[in-house]
Design a protein around this ligand. Structure first.
Ligand code: SIN
Length: 332
């Protein structure tokens, strides 16, 4: 008798818990290293809103900006371990997983973000989204940030001005070679450590987009910024491929739709956020913005471009050629 009372009570308890448990949303974490007021920060927030809407609340997205959950060093490992589901690292940070994606790091390759966009939308760019599947990373989208500017506590108008300085770089061998070619010393550092490294003088300079220079306050500890547009910082949104492939088709479709729309928002606001950041830096007076003359620019191109030949066989000539061709608006 006592046993049957126990069984009845257990069934009743299960009946109460069952439907409630079934309604629990799947919690997915989106971790990134930049501030909310940047293109990636805004897009991650938009993705959360849309993914929750299109899955009718079956998915809850928690966004962790500013390296709060995982910084550069740990975020890929965290995706591999399933501790986080979405990340959007700068393309430079895939260096240890594939050399092909390093095409984006070649200096003076893309004329502007429109060219980057054409390359990403093309056959080779789209193939790169799936190029790390054997490592269990699946790319769902590219998100733009913008062109890189170079800064230090002295005007960098000619390549020789960088000589002897130590520059913080992202973890990319191409970026290391780029600075070695200037007779400067590259130092790989996580994004969250850059402000302090500049402040205490562990490094003398850095390269980044206007929105990152502004939102991380690098301009407060860098007296001079050259508008060099010498490279690009863009992102790939990646998920753990096994986790993604294990989701129902309905959830995948809903999250893909949310991702496509968030990508559009990102790419629509990126240029504006970078322009605004540049204006705010200029009006702060904390840092002087320098423009290059065409002759000076030519000298920077000559000083940095030898890096292309060094990495051509690792990246693939076809890929570099396709990226170069994306500068041509007539054929694209
Ligand atoms: C980012 O924009 O995600 C960070 C770029 C950097 O590490 O400089």
């Amino acid at each position: 008798m006592r046993k049957s009372i126990f069984v009845v009570a257990s069934i009743a308890a299960l009946a109460l818990v069952g439907p409630a448990a079934a309604q629990q949303p799947i919690v997915v974490k989106f971790s990134h290293v930049v501030a909310d007021n940047t293109p990636k920060g805004q897009a991650a927030i938009k993705f959360k809103e849309l993914a929750e809407k299109y899955t009718n609340g079956k998915v809850k997205v928690e966004v962790y900006p500013n390296s709060q959950l995982f910084g550069d060093a740990k975020e890929m490992e965290a995706v591999a371990l399933g501790d986080v589901q979405f990340i959007a690292p700068s393309l430079s940070k895939f260096d240890k997983f594939t050399k092909q994606i390093q095409v984006f790091d070649l200096p003076f390759l893309f004329n502007d973000i429109a060219a980057v966009d054409r390359f990403q939308a093309g056959k080779q760019g789209q193939a790169l989204l799936r190029s790390m599947e054997s490592k269990n990373f699946l790319g769902l989208a590219y998100w733009h940030n913008g062109m890189k500017q170079i800064s230090a506590n002295r005007p960098l108008l000619k390549p020789e001005d960088a000589k002897g300085l130590k520059f913080r770089i992202q973890a990319s061998d191409i970026l290391a070679a780029q600075f070695q070619g200037l007779n400067a010393t590259p130092q790989k550092l996580a994004f969250s450590e850059v402000y302090q490294a500049l402040q205490v003088g562990t490094v003398d300079g850095q390269e980044n987009t206007w929105s990152n220079i502004f939102s991380q306050k690098f301009y407060e500890v860098q007296k001079d910024i050259t508008e060099s547009d010498h490279g690009v910082i863009d992102y790939m949104v990646v998920v753990n491929a096994k986790w993604w492939n294990g989701l129902s088709k309905d959830l995948q479709d809903a999250m893909k739709k949310a991702m496509d729309e968030a990508t559009k928002v990102n790419n629509d606001v990126a240029g504006k956020l970078n322009d605004e950041a540049k204006q705010k830096i200029a009006s702060s007076g904390a840092s002087k913005i320098h423009q290059l003359t065409p002759e000076q620019r030519k000298q920077w191109v000559e000083a940095m471009k030898p890096v292309w030949a060094k990495f051509e066989s690792a990246i693939g000539k076809d890929l570099i050629d396709a990226a170069v061709a994306s500068n041509d608006t007539k054929t694209n």
